[in-house]
Design a protein around this ligand. Structure first.
Ligand SMILES: C[S@@+](CC[C@H](N)C(=O)[O-])C[C@H]1O[C@@H](n2cnc3c(N)ncnc32)[C@H](O)[C@@H]1O
Length: 252
């Protein structure tokens, strides 16, 4: 029975909310024990059009359910009326990926982020740039359903974990702050740990104390700061331009 099995798994699984989250999770190797759609043929047609690489996997996974069943399984129905449950990667596996050296792409650290949507957007950026992982400090759960929704299921394309500042992965720590040295004068190495402060209060004293370099993004002097996710975007873009091994990853 779909509802009973779903409810049994839901408490310990990652909710994939919508077609795109399911598509990305499957593409990046997530284990998906259950997937439902209100219109299975429409979901497969979407896969044929947008993601033929995962069409057969979705065909094997998706169970059609009545709309009333679907809406009872999810808190906020998604326009694609597709939902799935995935197994969360183990903390041990993520910690191993984050600690692995030599590293070919930076780790992004969000120091005590507050906004779930920002965290999701950053995970999506990290996946797009092939970053090694996204680490959060503080109380926000980076696997919260709203973060997974914001990340479009791309948590499975990178290593996402919550750690204390004294547990951060090895590598030169570049902390981003409007008071730092202009980032355009720095080359960000592939093994960099790139740290960004909280939306409310910026970088914590603990993280500042551990940083090797304080760098800033160019900004008009009358503007106080950029949004957290846009700051991560500019910084990863700067890394992607500055050479290292990342050029090959982008087909350059
Ligand atoms: C919304 S801002 C934090 C604003 C906060 N009120 C403060 O006191 O810093 C979030 C984070 O984005 C990054 N950021 C924003 N604008 C930046 C800039 N011009 N240069 C470097 N980092 C920036 C920093 O890491 C900052 O801590």
């Amino acid at each position: 029975m779909t509802v009973t099995s779903w409810n049994r798994l839901a408490g310990t699984s990652v909710l994939l909310d919508g077609f795109h989250a399911l598509k990305h999770a499957v593409r990046f190797g997530a284990e998906v024990p259950m997937a439902v759609a209100v219109d299975r043929q429409a979901a497969l047609a979407l896969a044929e059009e947008l993601a033929p690489d995962v069409r057969d996997a979705l065909d094997a996974l998706l169970t059609e359910v009545p709309e009333s069943t679907y809406t009872s399984l999810v808190a906020r129905p998604h326009p694609t009326a597709v939902a799935a449950l995935a197994v969360r990667p183990s903390r041990a596996a993520n910690l191993e990926k984050l600690a692995h050296t030599p590293r070919s792409a930076p780790v992004v650290v969000l120091d005590n982020p507050r906004n779930l949507g920002n965290a999701g957007a950053v995970i999506r950026l990290a996946a797009g740039f092939g970053a090694t992982g996204v680490v959060t400090t503080g109380t926000l759960d980076p696997w919260h359903p709203t973060v997974v929704r914001g990340g479009a299921g791309l948590h499975f394309a990178t290593a996402v974990e919550r750690l204390a500042v004294d547990e951060l992965p090895p590598g030169p720590l570049f902390a981003l702050d409007p008071e730092g040295d202009d980032i355009r004068g720095s080359k960000l190495p592939d093994d960099a740990v790139l740290a960004f402060g909280s939306e409310r209060s910026g970088l914590s004293a603990e993280l500042r104390a551990r940083s090797d370099h304080l760098v800033s993004l160019p900004m008009h002097p009358q503007v106080s700061s950029y949004n957290l996710a846009t700051s991560v975007a500019m910084t990863l873009y700067h890394w992607s331009l500055s050479g290292g091994t990342c050029g090959a990853a982008f087909g350059a």
